[in-house]
Design a protein around this ligand. Structure first.
Ligand code: HEC
Length: 131
């Protein structure tokens, strides 16, 4: 029979191994998300605040008020959007942005696969704001 401390040590090891597995899975999602981001979004969006792009940078976009990145010239539709980007809103946006906000200057990208949306969001969340 295990002593109490050996048992709690075993639990600790199990939890640590599990957490490492979760961290590895999370890393995998982020990597896959980066590939999808490169395919669908990178042509217009920087994932680094030091780079300029046609669209606003998406670093720190989740939790940011729509149309609020300083110095970017948004469409009137986006300036007046009045909502904050949640994970859910970003997924809906990549699926059908032109219906979500008629008059936006981002062309329709049509990423409708929920798995792909999830991966792109994982990647966006991994981009820590650098300012
Ligand atoms: C063809 C260029 C283009 C592509 C491709 C594109 N975007 Fe955009 N995106 C824009 C532009 C331009 C805006 C600003 C829209 C406006 O002002 O109406 C924008 C705005 C956004 C915003 C709002 C940002 C803010 O600061 O409020 C999000 C979120 C966004 N895009 C996500 C994505 C994602 C995710 C993808 C890939 C799945 C993507 N975009 C692909 C050009 C693009």
């Amino acid at each position: 029979m295990l002593s109490r401390s050996a048992a709690s040590l075993a639990t600790l090891v199990a939890v640590t191994v599990l957490a490492a597995g979760v961290a590895r899975a999370e890393e995998g999602y982020i990597k896959a998300g980066k590939v999808l981001f490169e395919t669908h979004c990178r042509i217009c969006h920087a994932d680094d605040l030091a780079k300029k792009s046609y669209g606003p940078p998406l670093v720190g976009v989740i939790g940011r008020k729509a149309g609020s990145y300083p110095g970017f010239t948004y469409s009137d539709a986006m300036k007046g959007a009045g909502f904050t980007w949640t994970e859910h809103a970003v997924k809906a946006w990549m699926a059908d942005n032109t219906t979500m906000l008629p008059g936006t200057k981002m062309r329709h990208v049509g990423v409708t696969d929920p798995g792909e949306q999830e991966l792109i969001v994982s990647y966006l969340k991994s981009l820590a704001p650098k300012n």
